[in-house]
Design a protein around this ligand. Sequence first.
Ligand code: AMP
Ligand code: MG
Length: 422
Amino acid sequence: MSESGITTQPSCADSFEVGALPVAEAREKIQSSIAPVAGFEKVALRAALGRVLAEDVISTIDVPSHTNSAMDGYALAGSELPVDRVTALRVVGTAWAGKPCDVAPGPGECVRIMTGAKMPAGTDTVVMQEQVERDGDAARIGTGHRSGQNVREAGEDLAAGAVAVHAGKKLAPAELGLLASLGIPEVKVTRRLRAAFFSTGDELRSVGETLKEGDIYDSNRYTLYGMLGRLGVDVLDMGVVPDTRDALRQAFHDAARNADVVITTGGVSVGEADFIKETLAELGEVSFWKIAIKPGRPLAFGKVLDAVFFGLPGNPVAVMVTFYAFVQPALRHMMGEDHFHPARPRIAAGSRVKKKPGRTEYVRGYLHTDENGKLVVEKTGFQGSGILSSMSRANCFMVLPPDCAGIEAGEPVEVELFEGLV
Ligand code: AMP
Ligand code: MG
């Protein structure tokens, strides 16, 4: 349908979805009109998991702090390594992790050493114990070793004075460990975001209520709770708001006053949205977009009072797709996160995927290894925008770009995984 309400038949790729905003453009418009929130807090290291670092952390020490052995074995000077035949060296001491050996081995001597132990003075090489024959205080070592082997240099992980973790990094388990290795007990992170959300629609009942004829349960508030929770955003669930002017005005007021971001689902498609549009025009500045995306065409974005506003479509899968495509990158930017570019590996499609050119399609996919051991991605059945079960069966989206006119079996397709290691 064009704006005038006249249905036009798509004749070529460019004429499809006339007037619809490309996904990338919508994302840019959103990203350029929001800013990272001011405000930070100091939190204990463990509590920083999933939070965004507010300032660079500079390493105050070398990690490791001393040159140490990477193996259990024998420490010696590289110049003592046998050249052409097995040679016996005298073992003159033992170095343990945390208990260094004060004896500096001289010519023809070595020190028994454990993994992590400080290298004794005069040594720079470790021969692993499996390659040494021990006979009393003699260690018989063969040829083929390299001077400097099996040693970890002081500062080789982090050097004193270098940036250990950059501001804008979302802290994962590796960073918690890294910061702990510097002896840092607390870090400065950006403050938590708060998102308020509610559903609109007279057909919606909340979990625990009884369904009357024509009613459905509100599932969007639960997917939103899950997606926001995983992002580390504090949520304010405001329930189902009746489609009346007063109720909506009150709800938008309360939401915007108590949160950084307000998210609603439903009621933004053309023909609906009368009270929502009216209320939003009164309280803020919101654009109603038709986006070249499937599912999830209608989207409202702007401001309500001082809060950022997203009006997502009502259909449950459209809610999830538009959240991941637009809301998630926006919230990550607001939380101060830098460089958020989800990996999009290209995987062979297991079977044909039909598509019309002109819009970006997020197809629910199941990435798996087929019976021939080949990695393939398969559509998870019926793709209706209300079919949440096909979302639940999926473990990724196949993201088909606007110019794509379908994928044949075996052709590569970009995939966005639902789960990551961190
Ligand atoms: P709307 O955008 O309000 O026209 O809604 C589109 C479709 O999504 C309708 O079938 C609604 O019943 C459904 N829908 C809207 N909101 C929700 C919700 N919170 N939970 C489940 N389905 C919803
Ligand atoms: Mg509705």
